[in-house]
Design a protein around this ligand. Structure first.
Ligand code: SF4
Ligand code: SF4
Ligand code: SF4
Length: 255
């Protein structure tokens, strides 16, 4: 069985060269979105960014949560956790409700607002490459090994060793190991994580398990309302699709 994989990003080793950002764009055939990569933002065309905070550089990308909120709120199961550890999205199932965008504790998923058949976009943890036995494109491109790809067990061991052997160099915490239930992207930093724009003070428990606890206290009539709303979203999407199809078939016909 394939061991679950992930990334370890070490802020103290990152020189802000942007090779990871460029490799991700190339790998996913994404267009250039900003001439200065340090000023770019996560978007439907940018799955990872490198942000500058004084002398430090911080990567942002999907954390590939162990119990992903995006998957738990999706009414049609468009997100799933794969055997590599990646959280993957299936655009064919998506009904465009965008609950995933609201539910993600790391504010990661982005939407193709401009497209007629919009999809949600985010990092895939280079699933196809990993399945083929390769590193993620961002880890392969990183010249300093600030972005390291490997088995989760190994990455956790490396992160713990670095913290133990260099107590003065690191803020003593592995971000991503327990935040919102933990995931497959771990981060080490010389300063508290909120200073680098990471969402701090997330509960250790995953959002889905917190939601389940809250749901247990909601009367059944409200839960039924949720199902009704899902149905409404489905119908609205279908209505839009039909309208688009009708528009297409009327194209060129002069009345
Ligand atoms: S970081 Fe957000 S988008 Fe990525 S797996 Fe977790 S909940 Fe889903
Ligand atoms: S793992 Fe792949 S998709 Fe994700 S940021 Fe790295 S290169 Fe991009
Ligand atoms: S390639 Fe490595 S050193 Fe360069 S910006 Fe990305 S993580 Fe930092």
């Amino acid at each position: 069985m394939l061991k679950e994989k992930g990334l370890l990003f070490d802020v103290t080793m990152c020189v802000g060269c942007g090779s990871c950002y460029k490799a991700c764009k190339e790998q996913n055939k994404l267009p250039q979105t900003n001439k200065d990569f340090l000023k770019d933002h996560l978007s439907e065309n940018t799955y990872t960014v490198v942000e500058q905070y004084g002398d430090n550089y911080a990567r942002k990308l999907c954390m590939h949560c162990d119990e992903p909120s995006c998957a738990s709120v999706c009414p049609v199961g468009a997100f799933k956790k794969s055997d590599t550890g990646a959280v993957l999205y299936d655009g064919d199932k998506c009904i465009g409700c965008r609950y995933c965008m609201q539910a993600c504790p790391h504010k990661v998923p982005r939407y193709e607002w401009e497209k007629t058949q919009p999809r949600v976009r985010k990092c895939t943890l280079c699933h196809d490459r990993v399945k083929a036995g390769k590193l993620t494109a961002c880890a392969e491109a990183c010249p300093t090994e600030a972005t390291l790809f490997g088995n989760m067990d190994d990455l956790i061991a490396v992160a713990k060793k670095r913290l133990k052997e260099n107590p003065g160099k690191y803020y003593q915490h592995i971000y991503g190991l327990e935040e919102a239930g933990g995931g497959h992207v771990l981060i080490l930093s010389p300063v508290p994580f909120e200073q680098l724009g990471y969402t701090a003070k997330l509960p250790k428990e995953s959002m889905p398990s917190l939601t389940m606890k809250a749901m247990e206290k909601i009367p059944p009539v409200v839960a039924v309302g949720g199902v009704f709303l899902t149905g409404m979203y489905w119908l609205t999407k279908r209505k839009n699709e039909i309208a688009r199809e009708e528009k297409k078939s009327n194209k060129g016909i002069k009345v």
